[in-house]
Design a protein. Structure first.
Length: 132
């Protein structure tokens, strides 16, 4: 891989790690579950952007990144379909928390998504390390 491509992948993975850390802090400090979910989703989103960089694919739209992830990594069997479900669920919960009035992200949602987010990011990192 070219150095500039590797730098961008590292940058995106750093953003993913920072977003997980932010979610942990928000949860520990008793902040809103909406804010925690936002950071969990973005952790996955940044990891997906790192993967897409590996294939030199990109998009500025969230739904575009999710679609490319499904097409390039799920349909080709690189990642299990559960990873697609996790990403779609995180996107749905983030949308719910950020944009829908009268919608609430619950502690149960966070308890479900936190370990799945960690697994999602760890598997993406593992995949990207195997490519080097």
């Amino acid at each position: 891989m070219k150095d500039d491509l590797l730098s961008l992948i590292r940058y995106r993975l750093k953003e993913a790690d920072e977003s997980i850390q932010e979610a942990e802090i928000l949860l520990k400090e008793g902040m809103s579950m909406r804010a925690v979910m936002n950071r969990l989703y973005y952790a996955m989103f940044y990891a997906v952007l790192a993967l897409l960089q590996e294939k030199q694919l990109g998009t500025s739209k969230h739904i575009g990144a999710i679609s490319l992830f499904d097409r390039e990594f799920i349909k080709n069997g690189i990642f299990d379909k559960e990873f697609s479900k996790t990403l779609h669920r995180a996107f749905e919960l983030r949308q719910k928390g950020d944009y829908m009035e009268d919608a609430e992200v619950t502690k149960e949602d966070i308890d479900e998504m936190f370990p799945k987010t960690r697994t999602f990011i760890n598997e993406i990192k593992k995949h990207l390390l195997e490519k080097r």
